[in-house]
Design a protein around this ligand. Sequence first.
Ligand code: ATP
Ligand code: MG
Ligand code: MG
Ligand code: MG
Length: 477
Amino acid sequence: PPLPAAQVRSTFLDFFRDKHGHLLVPSSPVRPRGDPSLLFVNAGMNQFKPIFLGTADPRSEMASYHRVVNSQKCVRAGGKHNDLEDVGRDGYHHTFFEMLGNWSFGDYFKVGGALYCTWSRPTGEGGASVCNCVMSGGGVSDGVLVLGTLTTSVLLRVPPARVLPFGLKDNFWEMGDTGPCGPCTEIHYDHVGGRDARTLVNMDSPDVVEIWNLVFIQYNREVDQSLRLLPRFSVDTGMGLERLTGVLQGRRSNYDTDLFTPLLHAIQQRSGAGPYAGRTGTADEGQVDLAYRVVADHIRTLSVCIADGVHPGMSGAELVLRRILRRAVRFCIEVLKAPQGALASLVPTVTYMLVKYISHNASELGESGRRFCFWFWFWSEWSGTNCPVCVSASVAWSLHRDLGFPLDLVDLMLAERGVQVDRQELDRLIQQAGVSSRLMLDVLSLAALQRVGVPHTDDSLKYAYRLEDGRYVFPAC
Ligand code: ATP
Ligand code: MG
Ligand code: MG
Ligand code: MG
């Protein structure tokens, strides 16, 4: 039986930790901490940026890192690495994915242990065969910066014939417009196999997919775009868990692995469409399978981002998330013929599957959990459709106070729907909150919800939301 994804992940982490003395570091949240150059965390190396730059606080734990390994949740939508447009069209670009990686900070470098470690993984115990792997790394456009074909072949201990030369675009990795960067080699997997690498013309196709990128961080890209040599050299690698799992489970599309199939099944149960059939391009009539992939991808991204405190909003990362939400709602309703609220109802499935990452939120399924679901309800219903709604200041206030919506956002969302909030009354409520009792707020919020037609037993807000006979109902979450 194919290796389940959870085992693929743990095998990688254990390999570096147990066999090669790497410290296992947890994933950072997808919201970048104190790095305005990024919208979302887009690679495993992001959280280590201060180490690469030599700016880590010497008293911090990070300053003592020499070799580490981790599995990082990444979002690539907006910014330098923007894969949003590819999602659904192919089976291996997601907006949210996990990046497995190992690092050396001034420890091993090119000829050192790095590639001995890295190389044995995708080819060794996992089952993918060496002859299916194709490297890139020829110094075509800039012999100084890019690894030469021969160097790559020596480092990776593969015949030069398996190394293909490419330019800066593929063989010089950069985090963003500024930041640590360096020459790299990309390891691709040829799903067809047994072919002469030099005959492969398209290295980015469902047949030949990049799985692992090994970067030799030597420079920092400065604001004026010049390259500054860093005080010490580091190794940075990144491999998509979804793609590696695809290879190890013998699937060309990541959506056919156990990281996605339960989710696709859950989507089908809620939609009016036939089962997911994995079609692409013109074979995919009505773009039904594309919609399945988009929705499965986007709901993962939304769930992880919201759990990490990035909410759909009006600027920066939050605006990107809002676009993702709208896209998901549109595909759900228009293409998959799912009822309103279907998207929100997928959250528990995602939470279950990515429990490692969103459990800290989901386990508080009292307070923050209902907030979590409510966000989905609010956005997928109110911002996706046009039901006329009249909202009083007290509704706005209860959304904020009881459900954790930022007030300015409530304001904007309502304004977008042509609904005005009585500002004076709202200000009065905000002032009054300083002294009012919790009980009073509860009464207020219940009254407010009743005004917009939401039934309000004490438990009702714990659940996601759907429309039935013109009334809003909260099914089990
Ligand atoms: P590609 O060329 O396929 O777009 P990349 O070169 O942009 O990938 P890297 O920045 O090198 O990707 O990231 C390291 C690894 O992370 C890749 O080798 C791949 O396995 C994985 N990866 C990158 N982008 C995605 C994505 N959008 N979805 C899933 N996995 C990804
Ligand atoms: Mg890319
Ligand atoms: Mg690439
Ligand atoms: Mg790459």
